[in-house]
Design a binder for this molecule. Structure first.
Ligand code: IPE
Ligand code: MG
Length: 232
């Protein structure tokens, strides 16, 4: 969800207004995704690198997050949304951690949409902690080095209990991953939109889905006609 700051600047407003508008855009996007009957959505709300922003902006972002946790949770719960958080929560204060825990607990049984919110998340540290967990099991004699494979590592990553993402959308014009779900995106289709996140709406979600529908996914294999021609 990129472009909040530029959106605010264009309107001659402080960056905090961009983030506020961005949180409204997130509500709309969640609705559009549910409308499209998509069962899993992961949003990158706060990266492990976002701490590098000025302290006031970090505080604004975390305040917004806290407010969303308290204000929106009821409606999300009523709509059958299951909330999960990925990332290192130990950096957050007790109130925030408690709010996250309560939101997860309250919505744990919901089945319409799983909404993963990445906060203080980084893809490299996701893989690093999986490697550490493998090493700990080896040190404890529970695992042999030759048993390390993609599966045993993937099991220890964030979102290991959910399907791999089919589609990634990045707004705001930048064409990079910025340390988001690095392992999990190996075969994900990438959709880059120039729209600044606060302007992103249901119509843009639909454009991304239309783009995705036109992609041919081969996962390293051949296209269906090619495969038929080869076997004929
Ligand atoms: C993304 O918008 C919002 C978060 C980091 C939560 P930015 O704040 O990165 O907006 P730009 O890139 O400055 O426009
Ligand atoms: Mg940005």
């Amino acid at each position: 969800m990129d472009g909040n700051g530029r959106w605010a600047k264009r309107q001659g407003k402080p960056r905090s207004e961009g983030h506020k508008a961005g949180s409204e855009a997130l509500k709309r996007a969640v609705e559009a995704v549910m409308e499209a009957k998509i069962p899993f959505l992961t949003v990158y709300a706060f990266s492990s690198e976002n701490w590098n922003r000025p302290a006031v902006e970090v505080k604004q972002l975390l305040d917004l997050f806290m407010r969303a946790l308290t204000r929106e949770i009821r409606e999300l719960d009523e709509h059958g949304v299951r909330i999960r958080f990925i990332g290192d929560r130990t950096a957050f204060n007790a109130a925030l951690r408690d709010g996250m825990r309560r939101a997860e607990k309250r919505t744990a049984g919901n089945q319409t949409l799983t909404l993963n919110v990445a906060v203080n998340y980084g893809g490299q540290s996701d893989v690093t902690q999986a490697a550490r967990s493998l090493a700990e099991d080896i040190a404890a004699g529970l695992l042999k080095p030759e048993q390390i494979d993609e599966r045993s590592l993937a099991k220890r990553l964030a979102l290991h209990d959910q399907p791999l993402p089919d589609l990634l959308i990045r707004t705001g014009g930048e064409k990079r991953l910025s340390n988001f779900l690095l392992w999990q995106l190996a075969y994900t289709e990438l959709h880059f939109s120039d729209v600044l996140w606060p302007d992103f709406g249901a119509e843009h979600v639909q454009l991304a889905l239309d783009d995705f529908a036109r992609r041919e996914r081969r996962f390293g294999g051949l296209s269906a006609p090619e495969a038929r021609a080869e076997s004929a």
